[in-house]
Design a protein around this ligand. Structure first.
Ligand code: LUZ
Ligand code: MOS
Length: 749
């Protein structure tokens, strides 16, 4: 446990927005939300709420001075529903009261009259009704239509994945303070401080410099706070602006689960064609994305789905079409992997179906089709430093005899079956919205030699502060104890991108690197001057002693800083980094959208209890291509967490909606995330290969390992087949124990 915050977390001393001591006049906000999935608002009656003692404001869309817009202005995405409600849980009004309980009580007293409209919850039904957020997009490589004729085996099918709740430990929270100049300071649990600032400014009709957003740390986010923290921060800001008092809004776990968007459910039709030996010649897929009621990040998620349609494989003829379908679920949003896991699950389903038909292990097909150096992706980019095969082969070497052992076990056990399945990974790193690939950093050295670093990265438990500290310590060659990473603040860093897309450490680390290099350059001048040496001589600091051409000087780090200050040399630097060489042309759907790819391979082993449908994930073995890791413990923690989160998505986490679109499973008693007892043994080996363009030769880690968990579905499917060879595979994650039991026993047809 390397994360710098761990000691604080363990002692309960780390602060989150909910821990801040409130000024005595603070009000508490709570939204009135729609209880109907789709309808026209006829009347909003808030009189009873207003009359309640201790209620200071009940605000509706009419109280918004600026634009009633959150998110993409091209779509009608209202902060407070004005005319029409689009989903259950959509905010209609916000109440500010003297206590949180009172605000909730007041919300319950409000009455809304609606004229109900037809609500749609299923992506394919929305598609049939023409409810799309944008025209479908298609990525093409080769020519599938011609390739079918050459295929010896062709399999078609349907594959689906469900929603996933983020279950960040810290629910959505915000605290807004009105300031003397009409501005506001907002503490928000957001991955996107700049977006939150921009939207609040737009809603309140204020210039952005009057809105300061500060983020100390988040208790997890996983994409759930990339866009969806904005609503709560904006509601608190609106109430603070109107009442002139600090306002806090904090959701409980079940409110958060009921009101916020999830990972997008997808349904897909696939068709795959192979040679007799198992070489994939053609793959055609159509993805139906359930976007929910407003676009949020759905179109970006859809794009990442297309970018990962080929998974970890080279498929010479591929045609992938994707469409974002508008339904009346709460707006689905970013979630670790961002549409890529959904795409990869479909391709693995197709490979599994083909393997069944051919009577071979899916691994036989997987191994033959792994991406090689120079292979084309279906978007004009070629695989560089392709490591899929290397990780696959290392993994196979690490699991000698496992398959034989499993076969033996299955022969001798009638009601217990074991299986192992593999998952190759190839995940593109960079925001697919190219403009987001920029970062800034501000580094100060104080006269005592201590260093303060601000940048756009939000710490959310992923350990980005550790990595940034390591970068600064390495460049300045001083002790990590001298370095502090500050909160993420829109006044210190302007226009920062969300901490997302696995790019937080990469991009902000590069900006920190540039700023520290600049400061080192300034200091070098001082050393050269004091010692009457040439500026070209090398200056290095080791254990706080300054070396010149590898010879120790009589200067310490602190003395050097003191001299620099007296000599009026700048001890602050601001730096900017933009990921180089990225471009994409949407008219041809080709370009270079990613700085690089992360590769890897996993083996997931399960044991299935064929009487009860219960199962256990025994072991996950991984060979991961992480470049030269900036911090092996942090990266290992990220990989283990991601795998467990992915296992949950594919096995136990079943999001159930009532007929009216309300979340039925809005509690951790009914929505089952993996617990410590469900955690398998996870063994991670790093390939350790160099990544020449990376930050200190490292690679991003956040999202990719989640997709290793996809193998669990197919391991379970194999175990079901071992018990019941006539089972007709169904590809509909999550594969809950109930569904497994039905697979084991339900009669065909
Ligand atoms: N967010 C985003 C993301 O805005 N664009 C992306 O490409 C992305 N990818 C992964 C996760 N979040
Ligand atoms: Mo994300 S899914 O990188 O916010």
């Amino acid at each position: 446990m390397k994360n710098r915050d761990v000691a604080l977390h363990l002692c309960g001393e780390s602060r989150f927005v909910d821990d801040i001591v409130l000024p005595p006049d603070t009000l508490h906000a709570f939204p009135l939300v729609s209880g109907l999935a789709h309808g026209v608002i006829q009347q909003i009656d808030v009189e009873a709420a207003r009359a309640l003692e201790g209620v200071l404001a009940v605000l509706t869309a009419a109280d918004i001075a600026g634009a009633n817009h959150i998110g993409n202005a091209a779509f009608e995405e209202e902060l407070l529903a004005n005319r029409e409600v689009l989903y259950c849980g959509q905010p209609i009004a916000v109440i500010a009261a003297k206590s949180a309980a009172l605000a909730r009580e007041a919300a319950a007293l409000c009455r809304v009259a609606y004229q109900p409209l037809e609500a749609v919850f299923d992506a394919r039904r929305a598609d049939a009704l023409g409810l799309h957020f944008a025209p479908p997009r298609t990525f093409v490589l080769g020519d599938v239509d011609r390739a079918w004729a050459e295929c010896a085996v062709i399999v078609e099918g349907v594959s689906e994945t469900g929603a996933q709740e983020h279950v960040y430990l810290e629910p959505q929270t915000a605290l807004a303070y009105p300031l003397e100049d009409g501005g506001l300071k907002i503490l928000s649990a957001t991955q996107s401080p700049a977006l939150t600032q921009k939207i609040i400014a737009r809603i309140l009709a204020k210039p952005m410099h009057l809105v300061e957003v500060d983020v100390l740390r988040l208790g997890g986010a996983f994409g759930g706070k990339e866009e969806q923290a904005t609503t709560w921060a904006a509601l608190a800001a609106l109430a603070a602006d109107q009442t002139g008092r600090p306002v806090k809004l904090a959701l409980t776990r079940s409110e958060d689960m009921a009101f916020t968007g999830k990972r997008h459910p997808y349904s897909a039709d696939f068709k795959i064609g192979l040679t007799r030996q198992g070489r994939i010649l053609a793959y055609q897929v159509k993805f139906y994305q359930n976007a929910g009621a407003i676009t949020d990040l759905s179109l970006a998620v859809l794009e990442r789905t297309l970018f990962h349609a080929n998974g970890g494989y080279f498929i010479p003829n591929l045609k992938a079409t994707a469409v974002s379908c508008r339904t009346n679920l709460r707006p689905n949003t970013a979630f670790r992997g961002f549409g890529a896991p959904q795409a990869m699950f479909v391709l693995e389903s197709a490979i599994f179906a083909a393997a069944r038909k051919m009577g071979v292990d899916p691994a036989v097909i997987q191994q033959q089709n792994l991406l090689s150096e120079g292979d084309s992706f279906p978007y004009g980019m070629k695989a560089e430093n392709a490591r899929g095969k290397a990780t696959w082969h290392r993994l196979q070497k690490a699991v000698p005899g496992r398959r034989e052992a499993i076969e033996d076990f299955n022969r001798t056990h009638r009601f217990e079956k074991k299986a192992v399945a593999f998952m190759p990974l190839c995940f593109g790193i960079s925001f697919t919205s190219i403009f987001l690939n920029q970062a800034g950093a501000l580094v100060h050295i104080y006269t005592d030699g201590s260093v303060s670093i601000s940048c756009g990265a939000v710490e959310m438990g992923q350990g980005v502060t550790d990595k940034l500290t390591a970068v600064a310590a390495r460049v300045l060659s001083i002790s990590e104890n001298r370095i502090k990473i500050e909160s993420t603040n829109t006044t210190r860093i302007a226009n920062m991108s969300p901490t997302a897309a696995s790019t937080g450490a990469d991009m902000n680390g590069q900006a920190v690197w540039i700023a520290c290099r600049e400061l080192l350059g300034n200091l070098k001048k001082i050393v050269a001057e004091t010692l009457a040496a040439a500026e070209t001589d090398t200056v290095r600091i080791q254990e706080e002693v300054v070396y010149l051409n590898n010879i120790p000087t009589n200067l310490t780090w602190t003395q050097l800083i003191g001299k620099a200050y007296m000599a009026r040399v700048p001890l602050s630097a601001h730096a900017f980094y933009a990921t180089p060489n990225l471009y994409f042309d949407c008219s041809t759907e080709t370009g270079r959208p990613f700085a690089y790819h992360v590769y890897g391979c996993a083996a997931v082993e399960v044991t299935l209890d064929c009487l009860r449908g219960r199962y256990r994930v025994d072991r996950v073995r991984i060979v991961h291509d992480g470049g030269k890791s900036l911090d092996v413990l942090v990266d290992t923690g990220q990989i283990e967490g991601a795998v467990l989160q992915g296992l949950g998505w594919l096995t136990s986490e079943e999001m159930i909606y009532r007929d009216n679109g309300m979340v039925e499973t809005a509690d951790l008693s009914t929505y089952k995330i993996p617990d410590i007892h469900a955690a398998p043994e996870i063994e991670t080996a790093f390939l350790g290969e160099d990544h020449p363009d990376g930050l200190f030769r490292s690679k991003a880690v956040g999202e990719p390992p989640l997709m290793y968990a996809i193998a669990v579905y197919f391991a379970l499917a194999k175990a079901v087949c071992a018990f019941r060879p006539d089972w007709e595979p169904v590809f509909a994650a999550p594969f809950t124990p109930e569904k497994v039991l039905m697979a084991l026993y339900r009669s065909r047809g």
